[in-house]
Design a protein around this ligand. Structure first.
Ligand code: URA
Length: 265
């Protein structure tokens, strides 16, 4: 992978954030304070763009660069953490769970709700989120939910055909029922399962806000616990609750293949 695999030119504040200098907002402050130069010229205009393969960017006179090889890692997101790298209110957020000093500029690809657990991909590759989460072609994601009630044949069929939400009809989902005692089952029943509750799996190709909870609610099932164990070619494996690991070569190759294929489309 080379520099050209990033989308250039980049907005300068985005470049600074990707390089791990500061958050996007913090980078804007550095620019307006006149502390950022591009090719020796102070740049304060927030819309300015840079091409890191040609332009020399410095903050307070020190050169800033983006790592040449993108980093990819997966976090097993625990409950109670916001998916953000910058929460001004200081609430628990995923930033504190990933090695951002070691890998400056990593950011989450998409988001999971605060109370959702499971696979959250992080990368320094700006193309990754653009290509993997494009509204018309999200990679598939597999969720497991502990829900109230029994899922009838009719409700299953409705989920499989698409349900109407307040922002329109969803695309068809795939429905499965993880076996009692499987990893997926255990992930959503840390506090056990009560009579009348069901563990259900849902594969979706979209990424609307609270989509899985809203889809299940639309067919009459309140979600008690939600977990993601699959994201495109990635499975939540080899990583424990609250920890992260780098993707292995095979995982990176399959992700990058999807990214490159989509860029060509
Ligand atoms: N759908 C939801 O409802 N919540 C999530 O966190 C992810 C998908």
């Amino acid at each position: 992978m080379t520099d050209t695999d990033f989308q250039y030119p980049l907005r300068l504040q985005k470049f600074l954030a990707r390089a791990g200098v500061a958050s996007r907002r913090g980078s804007e402050d550095l620019m307006t304070a006149g502390r950022v130069t591009v090719n020796g010229e102070v740049v304060t205009e927030l819309g300015s763009r840079v091409d890191p393969s040609h332009d020399v960017v410095c903050v307070d006179g020190r050169r800033v660069e983006i790592a040449e090889h993108p980093v990819y890692l997966m976090l097993y997101k625990p409950r109670g953490y916001l998916t953000t790298m910058d929460d001004p209110q200081g609430r628990p957020c995923v930033r504190t769970l990933v090695p951002q000093k070691q890998y400056p500029g990593i950011f989450p690809v998409g988001r999971l709700d605060k109370d959702t657990t499971g696979l959250l991909l992080f990368t320094t590759n700006g193309d990754a989120s653009q290509q993997l989460l494009h509204p018309s072609k999200h990679v598939w994601k597999h969720y497991v939910a502990l829900v109230e009630g029994r899922i009838t044949k009719e409700n299953r069929r409705a989920l499989e055909q698409g349900v109407e939400l307040d922002d329109g009809w969803t695309q068809p989902a795939e429905v499965d029922f993880p076996e009692r005692g499987s990893e997926a089952w255990d992930a959503v029943t840390p506090e056990g399962i009560r009579v009348g509750q069901t563990v259900v799996g849902l594969t979706i190709h979209e990424g609307r806000k609270h989509q899985v909870k809203r889809m299940l609610k639309a067919v009459g099932h309140e979600v008690v616990f939600l977990h993601r164990d699959g994201f495109g070619p990635l499975e939540l494996k080899g990583v424990s609750y609250g920890s992260w690991r780098l993707l292995d070569e095979g995982e990176i190759a399959s992700l990058e293949k999807i990214i490159q294929d989509r860029k060509r489309q």
